[in-house]
Write a protein of this length. Structure first.
Length: 260
């Protein structure tokens, strides 16, 4: 697939998306958001994709936020449309059947931090910096940041980070539960690829069902979430992978799961 502002690569079921506007530190303009919207729709329909890695071009930034040169010309109406396009695009990530890992190679600020938060989990370079600096622009986060950050790190910590526009290093972000792993820059993509390969070897139906159970379940009470989990557990048996996985264990061999 060809895009103007991002690079799409696919190898052995693992897709790498590189946000590619390095001169603007990969800032999210309307065109890039629209391309991501199109790409996520295509991924939802591609049963050959096991895992997606999302990263930024260059060695400086993952994404330095929404494109401020576009924000500068907005009014209330166009700003809401812009926020809506970004929110819809980011909401698609949780609905994709395959895991999406944010590989944060540098600045993840504003909309960039929000994009990373919308992914299933984050691996970060030691050089990465996270923050929501919108208040310094007289704005607030608009791509789900007030919601996802509060759910991830708690309301009080989210409010301190938003109100102060403070930037935090990867290690601090990890201590807050924002980031799963912090790695030296030269090992970041390699380690993310290894994790992606581990996930890609599992049964795709069971991965999709686990992802949906976590994302849907976290929004509801424990009893309702557990009910959804039980239904998803039952659905695992609609795939031959459940029979293959359990038989392989009993026969003391490695399971070979289906490709779709
Ligand atoms: C447009 C940006 C940009 C952005 C950087 N650039 N961030 N352009 N939008 N968000 C451009 C700069 O203008 C500059 O272009 C080039 O990228 C390099 O940036 P520098 O500032 O020269 O680099 P440096 O001094 O290293 O500082 C890096 C930085 C800083 C700390 C990341 O660029 C910065 O603070 N950026 C803005 C971060 C921010 O406020 N993000 C939140 C945006 S609001 P030129 O042409 O001069 O070389 C947001 C809202 C989301 O995200 C919700 C919307 C609904």
């Amino acid at each position: 697939m060809e895009f103007k502002n991002l690079i799409y690569e696919k190898e052995e079921g693992i897709v790498r998306i590189t946000l590619n506007r390095p001169k603007a530190l990969n800032a999210l303009n309307a065109e890039l958001i629209s391309e991501l919207n199109v790409l996520f729709d295509a991924l939802a329909a591609d049963d050959g994709v096991r895992v997606v890695l999302l990263t930024g071009a260059g060695d400086k930034a993952f994404v330095a936020g929404a494109d401020i040169s576009e924000l500068a010309h907005m009014d209330s109406f166009s700003a809401r449309i812009f926020a809506d396009a970004g929110q819809s695009m980011m909401a698609k990530i949780a609905l994709l059947p395959m895991p999406v890992i944010a590989v944060v190679n540098g600045f993840a600020l504003g909309g960039g931090c929000e994009l990373a938060l919308a992914c299933d989990f984050i691996y970060a370079s030691e050089k990465a910096m996270f923050g929501l600096p919108e208040e310094t622009l007289g704005l607030i986060p608009g791509f789900g940041g007030t919601q996802r950050l509060a759910r991830r790190v708690g309301a009080a910590m989210a409010m301190e980070l938003i109100f102060t526009a403070k930037r935090i290093k990867a290690e601090e972000a990890k201590a807050l539960g924002l980031v799963n792993r912090v790695l030296p820059p030269e090992q970041l993509m390699e380690e993310a690829q290894k994790t992606a390969a581990t996930i890609a070897a599992m049964g795709p139906a069971a991965i999709a069902l686990a992802k949906a159970a976590v994302h849907r379940g976290i929004e509801v009470d424990l009893i309702s979430g557990s009910y959804m989990e039980k239904e998803a557990f039952g659905l695992c048996f609609a795939s031959p992978d459940a029979k293959e996985g359990t038989s392989a264990f009993l026969e003391k061999r490695k399971a070979v799961f289906s490709k779709t």
